[in-house]
Design a protein around this ligand. Structure first.
Ligand SMILES: [Fe+2]
Length: 135
């Protein structure tokens, strides 16, 4: 069973998917179950300051930066994407990043209920700004 907006990766071929609508089945790729990537948050003692998205309110929406200490954006180690989701999951925006770019997503919206941010580091995995994301 999957849940909406969960991420899964195939550890054989690298396919990386996000669930648009949930279903009862198991996601399989290259003949084996895909790995469910569970986001880490600031409760992680190691590396959280470089990975947890930091959300700044602006006049027109939000700036989401990774993290409170700037994360490397080198060829071998970088933030591959930042994603913002409204708490009710009605709106999703993802920005793909490349080495040497600044790991920032500038979001224009009237998000009165705030925003949840997730980012993916090619080495250290998935991280979220949301507390208590671990299940
Ligand atoms: Fe990293």
């Amino acid at each position: 069973m999957t849940e909406q907006l969960e991420f899964y990766r195939c550890n054989v071929c690298g396919n990386f998917v996000e669930v648009v609508f949930s279903g009862d089945g198991e996601l399989v790729c290259c003949g084996q179950p895909m790995e469910h990537l569970k986001p880490k948050n600031k409760s992680e003692e190691m590396m959280g300051e470089k990975h947890v998205p930091v959300i700044h309110t602006t006049d027109s929406g939000f700036d989401i930066k990774v993290g409170s200490v700037p994360h490397p954006m080198e060829q071998s180690h970088y933030i591959a994407f930042i994603e913002a989701t409204s708490p009710d999951k009605r709106y999703v925006k993802r920005k793909y990043l490349f080495p040497h770019e600044e790991p920032v997503l500038k979001l224009k919206c009237n998000c009165d209920d705030g925003i949840i941010a997730r980012e993916f580091c090619n080495i250290h995995g998935l991280w979220t700004s949301e507390e208590d994301s671990e299940e």
